[in-house]
Ligand binder design. Structure first.
Ligand code: BTN
Length: 208
């Protein structure tokens, strides 16, 4: 696990993707800022200094099934929440499938991409950045909670460390405990949700 730090990149996901041959499992690319940060579903991830903007690599190894990798965003989210709990105790929540919430507002998001047998796990977390007034009702930054600045490097290393533990457990056949923990911190629990899967449309109150 090596940490590569940059002042500015277009996108940490893109950088790692372009240079994927040079990286090993759990290597991290961290940037202070991004000029073309990417969000899910083709959205732009507006990046500012003070955010934790990073991508780490998970390689697909022999014997592992493609379906296993569906768990990557869930375990990355859980890893981020475990890391936050170590740094500042609070009621963090995980919004299936890719978001981290605090006090009903988005604290961070996850974008997992794949190139051949390389999974790029991109994470953007609001840490020391000020949230613009226009989105203050939807987003939150860790410094608002702790009234202090945090070490981004420390948080990033802790997230990847926690992920390593969770991924090892998962590949050793232990998914149940992580799932129980994800359900315990489920942001959607009790909320009305709608889901479309191909031609199937389901509406209801989210449980687990
Ligand atoms: C989302 O909520 O839509 C996911 C956002 C993921 C943003 C992070 S920032 C670091 C990494 N590099 C990117 O270009 N995107 C991810």
């Amino acid at each position: 696990m090596a940490l590569y730090q940059f002042d500015i990149l277009d996108s940490t996901n893109e950088y790692m993707k372009e240079h994927r041959e040079k990286f090993q499992d759990y290597d991290i690319v961290l940037a202070k800022n991004q000029t073309a940060g990417k969000g899910r579903r083709g959205n732009i991830w507006i990046s500012t200094e003070g955010m934790a903007l990073f991508t780490f690599l998970v390689k697909k190894h022999e014997g592992e099934e493609d379906i296993d990798y569906m768990k990557l965003p869930l375990l990355a989210g859980l890893a981020a929440i475990r890391a936050f709990q170590k740094i500042k105790k609070a009621e963090y929540q995980f919004k299936w499938t890719n978001d981290i919430y605090l006090q009903g507002k988005k604290l961070g998001g996850i974008l997992v991409e794949r190139r051949e047998n390389n999974f790029l796990i991109g994470i953007g977390l609001n840490i020391n950045n000020q949230i613009p007034l226009e989105i203050k009702n939807r987003a939150i930054s860790l410094q608002e909670l702790g009234k202090q600045e945090y070490s981004i490097t420390e948080i990033v290393l802790e997230v990847v460390e926690q992920f390593k533990i969770l991924w090892k457990e998962y590949t050793n056949g232990n998914w149940k405990e992580s799932l129980t923990e994800i359900n315990r911190i489920n942001y959607l629990h009790g909320k009305r949700v709608a889901l479309r899967a191909g031609n199937i449309f389901v509406e209801g109150i989210a449980q687990k």
